[in-house]
Design a protein around this ligand. Structure first.
Ligand code: SF4
Length: 253
């Protein structure tokens, strides 16, 4: 990660790095140095994340092919604001992506400095190139808490990308310029219920429950998660439920 972002969300949960601050000490790791660190520590996957990685596009263009040559998995965590042509230049090197889909309302997207159509196109391109795609949706009090719009978002994901795309509905906490109260837990639970009508893998983020994975076919608990810790309980090496064989779409490194 680095600093900077091409959007200006007033509720940014990472605002100290997404906005420029000279107090942040940075040290540059050029792509060749990154490669030697990866080799030295036998790293199996590198994620470009924290701030918006696409603003360092030239860096990605140089680093991603080097990593792929070493069989290192490449993960992109992004707001998805990129045009199709430059995306297609790097998409072959991306194994997995987590894309923020902030709202299904064009006007709200514009106010945040983004563009709904561009993000939807990015998701379609990633999926069409067989990238493992997950979507994060931060449910922010007073910004995107209309559940009708949220339902339209879930329906679009299922229809355009498939019902196996995991959706992480994250709880917002007051941050940066946004002081509205944290997302109501009961609203998050209602959003989760709606998501589950359309998608097989919907989770709540930034809350202690609802982050485990259950097999949609037989209901078995297959992955248990507590914060950043996870336990694979019933997943085969090719990402299927060990109890019933259902393809969970899970990527194991
Ligand atoms: S896109 Fe993400 S990192 Fe950028 S301003 Fe919005 S919330 Fe912050």
């Amino acid at each position: 990660g680095s600093v900077g972002c091409n959007m200006r969300c007033p509720f940014c949960q990472n605002w100290h790095i997404s906005t420029w601050s000279s107090q942040i000490k940075l040290s540059r790791i050029d792509p060749l140095e990154l490669l030697s660190l990866v080799k030295k520590y036998r790293v199996t996957a590198v994620a470009f994340t924290y701030n918006e990685p696409l603003i360092s596009y030239e860096y990605l263009l140089e680093a991603m092919p080097l990593l792929k040559k070493e069989n290192v998995k490449v993960v992109l965590v992004t707001n998805g604001l990129i045009n199709p042509l430059p995306l297609k230049e790097i998409v072959h090197y991306i194994d997995a992506a987590n894309v923020d889909l902030k709202t299904f309302n064009r006007e709200t997207y514009k106010k945040l400095g983004g563009d709904l159509e561009t993000v939807l196109k990015t998701l379609q391109i990633l999926k069409s190139f067989n990238v493992h795609v997950e979507i994060t949706h931060l449910l922010v009090t007073g910004i995107n808490d209309d559940l009708g719009e949220f339902e339209a978002l879930c329906s679009w994901i299922a229809g355009e990308l498939g019902d196996k795309v995991p959706l992480h509905i994250s709880r917002y906490f007051p941050s940066h310029k946004w002081t509205k109260p944290p997302t109501d837990i009961s609203l998050l639970e209602r959003a989760l219920e709606i998501a589950k009508r359309y998608l097989e893998f919907a989770y709540l983020g930034n809350v202690s429950k609802f982050s485990d994975t259950f097999c949609p076919s037989c209901g078995k608990l297959v992955i248990k998660r507590r914060g950043y810790k996870l336990q694979l309980l019933s997943v085969t090496s090719d990402g299927r439920c060990s109890a019933c064989g259902f393809d969970l779409g899970i990527v194991l490194l």
